[in-house]
Ligand binder design. Structure first.
Ligand SMILES: [Mn+2]
Length: 403
């Protein structure tokens, strides 16, 4: 990764800090087997390092910004088992951070640093009451006893304006994630046959992903045939696909920690029935109309409102409802969310679009009594004067899917 990019991000974040404010960003901990290590995205965004347990500190003193990184010290007996820890020199080279210390000095230094502070931004403090305290929350608990006047806030407050506007490099990573996901989808559509299990299609996606050097998917893939597609977050992928089923795919790979999020729906037999085609056509038209609305200044709320309006008209045309309010029976989610390092990326539900945002557009109609669920989801970059559909190469036209 370009060091200038990382430096610029840290500078931008520090600019958001006022005098006497400090940001403390914790890397993720190492998970227990069989889970694999997934770096905290705010830490990765600012430090560019894939190491567990590190801590990054940013503060501002007299208009000058101060950046310090704490990393684990390698213990030879442990390194025999786990491999070498990153050295200070390597960490410097990857992150571009000048001041790097070992974690055993963190408590002493942070105690001094907090003495004259009024506010402290920490990542990952917004979790639900019923989960056990994470590392950050335990840290806050300790600090509160010593510095009762210090205020805490989640880092998302100040990192959101940065992470929601994608840099050129980020758009490139995401485009690659989308293209590889498209490869997987194409392979699935070509190879799918009635009688196959949904997980066989999942395996095709995984194969294409790994073959392209992808470390992991962005989220648990949804491969839902027939009535399963009417369950919005169906993740079992363990049913046999029947002859006349539509198959809904909601999948995405993560490339360099940027997540694609694409949905496509296709007939496993290679041919839509008249009814399936009629419903598909409605969803496809809505997908296209909503994408066309995208430009700076438009709100996610506007997109949601328009989607509900269009879906309601569709449902009336399809004779599924008689009263407009009943649309909720067949469409029950939002049409868009921000996309980036996380598949559901940082970004507010009521945000107004700006150039550089990347969002999904994913209308759907779900009719369990007809065993049909259709969702068509594209990933869209907001440009200065409109939009660019980053997933436009992934087939969604009826003729393309039937071919
Ligand atoms: Mn999505």
């Amino acid at each position: 990764m370009d060091l200038r990019l990382l430096n610029r991000r840290r500078e931008k974040l520090a600019k958001q800090l006022k005098e006497k404010e400090i940001a403390i960003i914790f890397a993720a901990s190492e998970p227990a087997y069989p889970n694999y290590f997934l770096q905290n995205n705010n830490f990765l965004y600012l430090a560019g390092l894939e190491i567990p347990n590190a801590v990054l500190i940013l503060s501002k003193e007299k208009e000058k910004h101060i950046c310090m990184l704490f990393i684990e010290r390698g213990i030879p007996e442990q390194e025999v088992w786990e491999g070498k820890k990153l050295t200070v020199k390597d960490a410097k080279q990857i992150s571009g951070i000048e001041k790097i210390l070992y974690l055993d000095e963190f408590d002493r230094i942070i105690s001094l640093a907090l003495l004259n502070k009024t506010k402290c931004f920490v990542n990952g403090i917004l979790t639900s009451l019923n989960t056990s305290l994470n590392k950050q929350q335990n840290f806050i608990k300790q600090v509160r006893d010593r510095f009762p006047k210090l205020q805490f806030d989640d880092i998302s407050e100040i990192i959101l304006p940065l992470r929601t506007i994608k840099e050129k490099w980020e758009i490139k990573q995401l485009q690659r994630a989308i293209d590889i996901t498209g490869d997987g989808i194409k392979c699935i559509i070509e190879k799918a046959k009635p009688g196959m299990m949904e997980y066989e299609l999942e395996a095709l996606l995984l194969y294409k992903a790994r073959k392209n050097g992808i470390k992991h998917l962005a989220f648990k893939p949804i491969i839902a045939s027939g009535i399963n597609a009417a369950t919005l977050h169906y993740e079992k992928n363990n049913s046999k696909i029947r002859k006349n089923d539509l198959v809904l795919l909601d999948v995405g790979v993560s490339h360099n920690n940027y997540s694609a999020d694409i949905s496509r729906t296709f007939p496993v037999s290679g041919k839509f029935s008249q009814r399936q085609k009629a419903i598909y056509k409605e969803v496809l038209d809505i997908n296209k109309s909503i994408i066309k609305m995208i430009k700076p200044g438009v709100g996610l709320i506007d997109l949601n409102k328009k989607t509900v309006e269009l879906i309601t008209d569709s449902l009336l045309r399809l004779k599924l409802i008689k009263n407009k309010e009943d649309y909720k029976k067949y469409y029950m989610h939002n049409v868009s969310h921000h996309l980036g390092m996380d598949a559901h990326d940082i970004g507010k539900r009521d945000s107004i679009l700006k150039a550089g945002n990347i969002i999904t557009v994913e209308p759907g109609i779900y009719i369990s009594e007809e065993k049909i669920g259709i969702r068509i989801e594209d990933d869209i970059l907001v440009t200065k004067d409109g939009y660019k559909n980053l997933s436009e190469n992934i087939h969604k036209e009826i003729e393309e899917l039937e071919k």
